[in-house]
Structures are given as structure tokens and as C-alpha cells.
Design a protein around this ligand. Sequence first.
Ligand code: FMN
Length: 189
Amino acid sequence: MVKKTLGGINVLYPTPTTIVGAIVEGKPNFITIAHIGIVNHAKPFLISLSMGKPHYTNAGIKENKAFSVNIPSEDSVIATDYVGLVSGKKTDKSDVFDIFYGRLETAPMISECPLNMECKLFDVYNTPIHDLFIGEIVETYAEESVLKDGKVDLGSVKPLLFDMSSVRYWSIGQTVAKCWNVGKKMKQK
Ligand SMILES: Cc1cc2nc3c(=O)[nH]c(=O)nc-3n(C[C@H](O)[C@H](O)[C@H](O)COP(=O)(O)O)c2cc1C
């Protein structure tokens, strides 16, 4: 099969669209972040955020060593896009959402988002253009309506999937098969 080369571009999409919250200059600020990853899925629960150095939010995360990662649902697409269009440098974004706090007190979380992760700063990796923040999740908050048998049900969360190629938000589709399971069919009998 002949394939076209695309020049080493990133095709690691979709990623979930998140809204990161932090206190900057004494006020809550929110920024849309889709370049996000899971570092460790067991304790300590570590996640990564890749945030361009000029963003206003970065200084607040460094100062307070705390931030939140909120998962918006499709209903919040306009506000999600808005906080990714304007900077706290010029626009006060502190009243865009209804805010609550957990035990860290400097990680503002968004009530409208069905899922929220409260994080303390674990490390910052300095890359030429981005601060790669590594956060340790100290608590996760979920709306009852997105839980099924105590577990997060993606179909109810309705996350916004980010795609850099089409520059669009996508919806999740249907499940395909069970992980760590369907492949068993290929095992030698
Ligand atoms: C859908 C979407 C995803 C984004 N993802 C990222 C990202 O992963 N990293 C980043 O540095 N900026 C990202 N941005 C851009 C920032 O959200 C944007 O520049 C924001 O206005 C910066 O806010 P601040 O200056 O108040 O911190 C994204 C924007 C949108 C709309």
C-alpha cells in the first residue's frame, strides 16, 4: 500500500476538550485545553497539560501550584470555545461559569461541567514553546447523572472531542467492543 507523507504532523486526535481553571492575580481564570494526556492511571493519578507559554493561566498555576481540569459536555460548547478565544490578560473570565472549590482552595472548578478533577502541581516540564504541566489529581467530582453503577458513563457525559484536522468539536459515537477482551479471539486455542 502506498501512503502519502504528511511531514511529521501530529495526528493524535481526537482528544477530550477540557477547561482548565486556576487563580491568576487573585481571580479565577479559565482556559480551553485539548492537548492533554494521562501519565499514570493508578496512584499517584498524574495527568499532563500542554499550555503555550504566553497564556495568562500559566503564571497562576505556577504561583498557586494548583489547578482544575473540567470536562464540559456538548451543552457547554459555546462557553468552552469562548474561554479558548479570549485571554484573561484582556478579558475577565471569572464570571463565565458557576464556580465551586474543593480542598485545595486555589483550584476553581466549574459547576456546569459534569466532571471535575482537582489537581496539585506535580512538576513542570519546560519545552521551547509550551509549559508541560504535570498534575496530581487529589479529588474527582462527578454529577450523579453521569454515573452508572458508580462509574463514569461517557454516553451521559457527552464530552466534546477535539480534532485539529477539521478544527471541529465532535460527539462520541457507539461502543465497538470490550477492551482487553475482544482480542482474546485471536489467541491460540
Ligand atoms: C478547542 C480549543 C483547544 C485549545 N487547546 C489548547 C491547548 O491544548 N494548549 C494551549 O496552549 N492552548 C489551547 N487553546 C488556546 C487557549 O485556550 C487560548 O489561547 C486562551 O484564550 C488562553 O487563555 P488565557 O490567556 O486566559 O490563559 C485552545 C483553544 C481552543 C478553542
